[in-house]
Write a protein that binds this ligand. Sequence first.
Ligand SMILES: [Zn+2]
Ligand SMILES: [Zn+2]
Length: 244
Amino acid sequence: MEIIADLHTHTIASTHAYSTVTENAAEAERKNLQVMGLADHGFKSSDAPHIYYFINLYRIPRKLGNVTILRGVEANIDINGNLDMDEYPKIFDRLDYAIASMHASTMEMGHTKEEYTAAWLKVIKNPRVDILGHMGDPRYPFDIDTVIKEVAKAGKIVEINNSSPETRKGCEPVCLEIIETCKKYGVHITLSSDAHFWSMVGQFDWAMSIVEKTSYPKELIVNSSVKNLEAYFNNREGKGKIDF
Ligand SMILES: [Zn+2]
Ligand SMILES: [Zn+2]
């Protein structure tokens, strides 16, 4: 399986990541990726960039070397299913895309499965959200069938996060169930590195192995071709077209 885009990378703007945009893009080029997405943390993470970072993100050129750069965010979901970035709608709207994820600094653990299910169901309806980040985190259990069925209706993308086995212990059976349910409902997925250091950009080995177990249809893997990326990103209501 060929993957040509990594839509989930972090830079030193999130202070628990250790490489620059330039270093990440150079690694993307070395690994023959055509597209790299910047998805630093929404401003409510404890170590996130200031909101000004997102205002000015358009300064980063669309192309670095041969790599197309997408300017995005990994927004934080709270227990009510709201996103931190929604507090600045104009800034949020200027970004190319958004991942929405649950993180310890902005989402408490120990809520019920019903509460996390309700949070995801609200996120899915948020028109600014494109990708649902590392859903297979066992610390935030949810009703997989109910949520993925709604993801299919909303036409959003589910992320298979290559960093999950390291940082979200016990994620594998949950991730596999999520992928199988996505396949059942014909949901788009993306494989992401969630790189926090340049050498991790374009690393998809674990994600690829788990996706390959399910013989996932290639046309539903958004980052397996520029054509698939265009089909998703250039057909969104209210968003300009991206020149990949
Ligand atoms: Zn995350
Ligand atoms: Zn991340």
